[in-house]
Design a protein around this ligand. Sequence first.
Ligand code: NOJ
Length: 984
Amino acid sequence: MARSSRRMSSWPISYLSILLLLFFVSPAVMVKHHDFKRCDQSGFCKRNRALADSMTEKGSPESSPYQLDAASIKFKDGRLDGSIIKSLADGDAVKLPLTMTFLDRGNVRVTVDEEKRRKGEIELRHGSVARKERYDEAAAWALTGAGLQAQTTASMKKVSKDVTEVSWGPSGHFKAIIRHAPFGVELWSGEEKHVVFNGRGFLNVEHWRPKVEKPSVDENNTEAQPAEPTEDESTWWDESFGGNTDSKPKGPESVAMDITFPGYGHVYGLPEHTGPLSLKETRGGDGNYDQPYRMYNSDVFEYELDSPMTLYGSIPFMHAHRKSSTVGVFWLNAAETWVDIVKSKHDTNPLTLGLTGGVVDTHTHWISEGGLLDVFVMLGPTPEDVSKSYGELTGYTAMPASFAIAYHQCRWNYVSDEDVKDVDRKFDKFNIPYDVIWLDIEYTDDKKYFTWDPLNFPDPISMEKQLDETQRKLVVIIDPHIKNKDGYFVVDELKSKDLAVKNKDNNIFEGWCWPGSSHWIDAFNPAARAWWKSLFTFDRFKGTQSNVWLWNDMNEPSVFNGPEITMPRDNLHHGNWEHRDLHNINGMTFHNATYHALLERKKGEIRRPFVLTRSFYAGSQRSAAMWTGDNQASWEHLAASIPMILNQGVGGFPFAGADVGGFFGNPSKELQTRWYQAGAFYPFMRGHAHIDTRRREPYMLGEPYTGIMTQALRLRYSLLPAWYTAFHEAATDGHPIVRAQYFVHPSDERGFDIDDQMYLGSTGLLVKPVTVEGGESVDVYLSDDENYYDYFDYTTYAGGSRTHKIDAPLDKIPLLMQGGHIIPRKDRPRKSSGLMKWDPYTLVVVLDKHGEKAEGTLYVDDGETFDYQQGAYIHRQFSFEGGVLRSSDIGTKGAKTAGYLKAMKGVKIEKIIVVNAPAAWSSAGELAVSEDGFKGERKVEISYHAATGNKAAWAVVRSPGMGIGVDWSVKFPESASSAPKTEL
Ligand code: NOJ
């Protein structure tokens, strides 16, 4: 959010000058901590931490009051049902229905509900009409329905009267050991225990209870007074923060549990936070946080770095990782959630007297305000397995339209349609590629979405037509707050159709956002979504045409005058669910609604929508891209963007970027240039800036900066085929688009903390952006025993647990190619990615250190429609082995395959570059090419460039001319002699 500038305009000059002075003397802008809760200001978080403290003090979980009733256990077709009994201090008991479902690939789901609430046998206070059940619809929003099938071959046995065991998976490889009293579960894979539930006794399901009005204490009365409550009840019945009071009609209802990963020293995930990729401990101590990681989607103005504070989106999913094993935990809960993390070290072998360094266990404590306890565990064992399982459950990244992964130019605001046209022309004048220009809120008539400011945007269609000439697009912003003004057709319909979010009294909720007084569409309501869809058709959203796409902002939702800058928790949504129950899903329902509205705006024209969202939840990857919100033009924010984006990949929502250049403030030319170089490796690359900043389109900076930024953008464009292929992997197996060191080299412990270098998909490209002022070099850690080559000049760096210093003057991006890969690219500079569609390919074959092998893949489709679902795509495997470079088909055919291949017939390979080319090729001169559809072989020329110093030898084959969609092979000379020697 960026409210300050708007609000300041009416303040007296003297006050403004003091503020300005403060701004210049203070080192950095600061988040307003007092706007957001700490754990001790959130009743349920505080209570659960207190419970954890008391259990830890006691040193054993034995006193945990939860017991699985053995007589209740039923097991059928891979699913266990039973009842957990919670014993209360007064002798009463609460019944909590339990289900455990044993799934494919070592996954398991555990849910705990509350019987009384399920049956509606509770009373709400204040005459609330809210739902009585625990919120059980998070799954319907987050899950796709895949991966939920129980394994019917799972089997259960009673180990003792107090222990039940279920085994499942191939030859019963996975095992759940269920302890009845206190209830707890150990999850085993083979002979090892990987995950433990309630091992520390922090399980807590705050059951419903009626409020007992206490008689007021009479100090003069000497007779016995009621005993002091043993629990802290102060926030059970209402809770105030920052001048707002939450009426809490259901009373306390939190769910919490400890989950331990024995032997696991690292946990990653839980987007969105600003700290390191390997999550920190949160219970204080040197270098640790003293607050749990918080997930309560919020518009955090001027957010701080290295913090567990909440941000705009949340994904309660975590990888736990140790050498050669990764497991995952997905805590499916849409309410406010906090996660504490502590690590403990112990020695497994008493004889080593602690000299071996010991084994680290990571203990996590998950705490949600309400809803079901619903948790999935994935037993891996690789990061790929865990990502795939999670992707199967929550959906894979939607295959984006091809323009969406090119460069986007945004600012708050391009002020008129003429301004947009002018920026568009300037990019061309300076030969800078870009695909999309964006309009922020000022394009509207008085912040009324679906309208245009008549003065400044009198002719949007002519602007869009100009963009279309170079196949460029326009993205416009539409937020979920709808201006509350009579006569504005959108709000009139919203009200008359009764599609808005309600307040606790079940009347339309009114709050403040950009337009002033506003109402919020309730995208949980199917009727609201259907109506939303109707607003986007070209005949209703006048001034838009096929090349216009969407940006959804402020969808946490941001409510300027609401508690913690969002909606009151006791607001009501469709189905009478309280806002508290589903807060973290709110943003996703909105961008999903927009996605569906964009699928078919003109009858018969169905295309892949592009929607950018600020708020998100598990599952958002199916319909949107995200960015990290309002960062700052500082080196620290540039550096922080890398772990944040890597972590989005861990969280299964990898189509992510940060505002290139930084949103608040004016970046120095050096910072902006470095940011373009880093941004060229964000899956989503958009330059954006606050309304108070100076213009900074890349052509504004002058040389050498403009030229260097243009080079970074050209690099992005030339690698678009590699990016698109990486997106396809994310879309089919859930793997991150940019990957962290631990993900690519899961057995190398030295890489587990590294979060400032990234791998692009499985291309073998490794980038380490420069993120410090005046930086002239970077240190890159190379894990595997393979050679890496500088992308630009083929300088060779040996891997095998080595760190290399790589020179990085301002015009250089430290980018390496791991030996053994084949990288597809397109080298012809164009104005936009759309104009590259029919361009030929270059293949960069980076031979392994023996000069013998390499492989890579390429995925291509029309970049626009869903025809790929009917086979209209090319998926090739390239391999180099035994001196032969081959292209083979790895796609499956469908009704539209043949037509697509025909359309792509003219798209050829124009160049093959072989890095680390064997010396034996130096005298080759000609190579033989054989290709499907051609009889015999044809000859092509090869030129060889010998190794010099530590730069690898390379060879080029020009115009080999094979089709991109057919099988072919190129025969290189036998490399009898081994790889040429380069000095390392
Ligand atoms: C907040 C967003 O984070 C920012 O990117 C945008 O420019 C402003 N809202 C105005 O719409």
